[in-house]
Design a protein around this ligand. Structure first.
Ligand code: PLP
Length: 470
């Protein structure tokens, strides 16, 4: 039988698309058009672009749509409604930009379409995961042999680290979680700083721990867990510390926390989503002093390092503990010495996100990582100085990439932030700090220049004046 006879017209079209590449040329020219206009446009989409999104709102189409039309719809109505995160003046949340080398590598990896679950599914991905594991352990100065699992972000990485810790603690109680489950198990003690990230709470909930079970340690004025207020620790304690407070950028006193935990045999997980990168740079390393004494760590490559979304990493000192917590077996899964990424993560099939991580680290090198980090910190300090000089109140010690800013009254701060967001020259989010509303600046993109900082400071001054006169 002729295979062509079996192929549907749709399949024939798709095979042609792979052959003549016209579709990919179209996507490429749209992407270039996007990049070429990125810096000139509003950082946050305006009202008309947002309104046009309703064009996507339709019932599931009954029939195929030509691929060219699919791309046209995305570019015409999608591109203008994106947030210009890589344009240099986006300071919202703690969202990084994406380095060109990493983006380009991702394009290629998308064409590869690898499944990162098993080594036998993709030898190249397994190799790059091993390499990145070693590089990260070295960059952060963690104990050799530390295992890395490559996940979508820190939220998942924290879940993995805490799962490993929970299982290890239960094992020490003589309780086999895999066999007997969590219900009826001895209760680990959970200890968090007052300002632990929301994702830590979510992970705890998914792992079977409720709010009432958590012992909360007060924080100091910068949001750092107060080591002098830690309760007495023992081997049943699962303690979460923070490298990089999501508002102030401050770092918990990791050395003292880890010292106390080690003595007691407690498990320490460090949420280092954006801040663990401080350990990779000579001039900021002091902020993470003692971090290597923890048991597990979560970190994002898509924030400070500027890999594209979604690249997060769980690191675990005790490889077997992570493997055990993520244990999986099936008749068709080969068991062996090779590196199978899925054994270190909750997911099975995963995209080859490590390609972007590898490309980012390889293209930057140690010197490039330092250059990036020092630039982010320098811009943040500059924001602090210039905004203070213009009469704004800077409420945190700017130790890393986060700056918290307020006007003279809470109402004026809130109105200034709203005007800043309306104007579109830059984008910052808001938060509450010591009970008052503040504007939160996160310098997280490689693309931000001195000029972007100046333009943004000017936008703050304008927004405050307009807010005052309204
Ligand atoms: C961003 C962040 C997280 C969550 O990371 P995701 O990559 O968004 O999952 C957790 N903790 C801190 C401190 C963060 O800044």
């Amino acid at each position: 039988m002729n295979s062509c006879m079996n192929s549907s017209p749709l399949q024939t079209t798709m095979l042609e698309q792979l052959n003549d590449k016209h579709l990919f040329d179209l996507a490429r020219s749209q992407a270039y058009d996007y990049l070429d206009t990125l810096r000139a446009r509003r950082v946050y989409p305006g009202e008309s672009a947002l309104a046009a999104l309703s064009l996507f709102h339709e019932a599931m189409p009954p029939t195929p749509c030509p691929a060219e039309e699919v791309l046209r719809l995305l570019h015409t109505h999608g591109s203008p409604a994106t947030v210009a995160q890589s344009a240099g003046r986006y300071f919202g949340f703690v969202n990084g930009g994406a380095l060109p080398a990493a983006l380009a590598a991702r394009w290629l990896a998308d064409i590869w379409d690898q499944n990162a679950a098993l080594s036998v599914m993709s030898p190249v991905v397994a190799e790059l995961e091993s390499v990145c594991e070693e590089w990260l352990v070295e960059l952060f100065g963690l104990p050799s042999g530390t295992a890395a699992g490559f996940v979508g972000g820190s939220a998942t990485a924290t879940l993995c680290g805490l799962a490993a810790g929970r299982d290890k603690i239960l094992q020490a109680f003589g309780w086999d979680l895999g066999a007997d489950g969590l219900f009826g198990a001895p209760r680990p003690r959970i200890i968090l700083g007052e300002q632990a990230h929301a994702t830590v709470w979510k992970a705890l909930r998914l792992l079977g721990f409720g709010r009432a079970q958590v012992e909360i340690v007060p924080a100091d004025a910068q949001g750092r867990l107060r080591a002098d207020r830690l309760p007495a620790l023992d081997a049943s304690c699962l303690l979460v510390a923070q490298a990089g407070n999501v508002n102030s950028g401050s770092f918990d006193p990791l050395k003292e926390i880890c010292r106390r935990a080690r003595l007691a045999g407690a498990w320490v997980h460090v949420d280092g989503a954006f801040g663990l990168w401080a350990a990779a740079c000579e001039s900021t390393r002091f902020l993470t002093d003692g971090v290597a004494q923890a048991d597990s760590w979560s970190v994002d490559a898509h924030k400070t390092l500027n890999a594209p979304y979604d690249v997060g990493v769980v690191l675990c000192r005790n490889r077997d503990a992570l493997l055990e917590a993520m244990r999986i077996g099936a008749s068709y899964i080969p068991d062996g010495e090779q590196r199978d990424g899925m054994r270190l993560t909750p997911e099975m099939s995963r995209r080859a996100r490590v390609v972007e991580l590898w490309a980012t680290l390889k293209s930057l090198g140690r010197a490039g990582v330092t250059d990036l980090l020092e630039r982010l910190c320098r811009h943040a300090r500059r924001f602090g100085q210039d905004l203070a000089a213009h009469g704004f109140r800077v409420l945190n010690e700017v130790v890393f990439n986060q700056v918290l800013v307020a006007c003279d009254t809470p109402a004026h701060t809130t109105a200034t932030l709203a005007q800043l967001q309306r104007a579109g020259e830059c984008w910052c989010g808001g938060t509450f700090w010591q009970g008052e509303p503040v504007i939160r600046i996160s310098v997280c993109s490689w693309a931000t220049t001195d000029d972007d900082v100046q333009r943004t400071v000017a936008a703050f001054v304008d927004a405050r004046a307009i807010a005052a006169s309204a």
